[in-house]
Design a protein around this ligand. Structure first.
Ligand code: IPE
Ligand code: IPE
Ligand code: MG
Length: 236
């Protein structure tokens, strides 16, 4: 059976969830935040080591200012409502992406949550915030070039390159789930998803339940991962 250490989710469909109910898009994002809590607590109970959630992409700044500023108010809502519970569940908060451009208040709240949970040993709840896979790879290349110039790095291999990525301390992504039936990566973890299994669900993120996560995991367990080899053991 396939090992499952790291699940990454593109939480998509908040806007359409709201539209279907004739609500403003922001209400979809609010409901989405409640789902983050529910799914994180559940995934931790399942013993998943790391859950990465795509919360805001480097391209999402293109959205109307009102929507962007509402989304940027959500870290406060999330951590004020749930940090206590996350602590009780031994969950550790981390983030990938760039904190620059994130409004001061959200930045501070994130940094506090990361610091307060840094010694927790349960699941890593990793938020991709102002994250873009292309930016991450370009940043890694620049950082490597700087280290090379300063004599701190020499030959570049797949292994040494990984140390320049935001995800350097995280396990390999085994499973990538995208909700709302869009079948694209949208600049998420471009380097890291090389051999991950992909599952696309019809459900809009605010409707995604622990039961849906179970179904995804069940499907993942049945997949044959070959990593380019032949997996002769299973005759595939
Ligand atoms: C995902 O939901 C949340 C973010 C991108 C911040 P969307 O806001 O993209 O919802 P849809 O895709 O418009 O329905
Ligand atoms: C991807 O969803 C980003 C997040 C879920 C945070 P988008 O809704 O931004 O992706 P596109 O625009 O449909 O590709
Ligand atoms: Mg979307």
């Amino acid at each position: 059976m396939n090992e499952l250490n790291h699940i990454a989710i593109i939480m998509d469909g908040n806007g359409r969830w709201a539209k279907k109910r004739r609500l403003p898009r922001t209400m979809g994002h609010k409901k989405g935040v409640e789902k983050v809590r529910e799914i994180a607590i559940y995934a931790n109970k399942l013993g998943i080591r790391c859950l990465t959630l795509y919360a805001f992409s480097t391209e999402n700044w293109k959205r109307p200012e009102k929507e962007v500023s509402y989304i940027m108010s959500l870290p406060k809502l999330f951590f004020e409502s749930y940090l206590k519970e996350l602590m009780e569940n031994n969950i550790k908060i981390t983030m990938i992406g760039s904190l620059n451009r994130i409004p001061e208040e959200a930045k501070k709240i994130f940094r506090d949550a990361i610091r307060k949970t840094s010694k927790n040993t349960g699941m890593i709840l990793n938020f991709a915030l102002n994250y873009g896979g292309q930016d991450e790879i370009v940043k890694a290349a620049k950082d490597y070039a700087r280290d090379y110039k300063e004599g701190k790095a020499r030959s570049l291999t797949k292994e040494s390159f990984k140390k320049y990525l935001y995800t350097k301390d995280l396990p390999e992504v085994d499973l990538m789930i995208r909700t709302s039936n869009e079948q694209r990566i949208s600049n998420f973890l471009l380097y890291q998803l090389a051999y991950s299994e992909f599952i696309f669900t019809d459900t809009y993120w605010p409707d995604f339940t622990p039961d849906d996560l179970d179904k995804c995991i069940e499907e993942y367990r049945k997949r044959t991962r070959r990593f380019g080899g032949l997996n002769e053991e299973k005759n595939n």
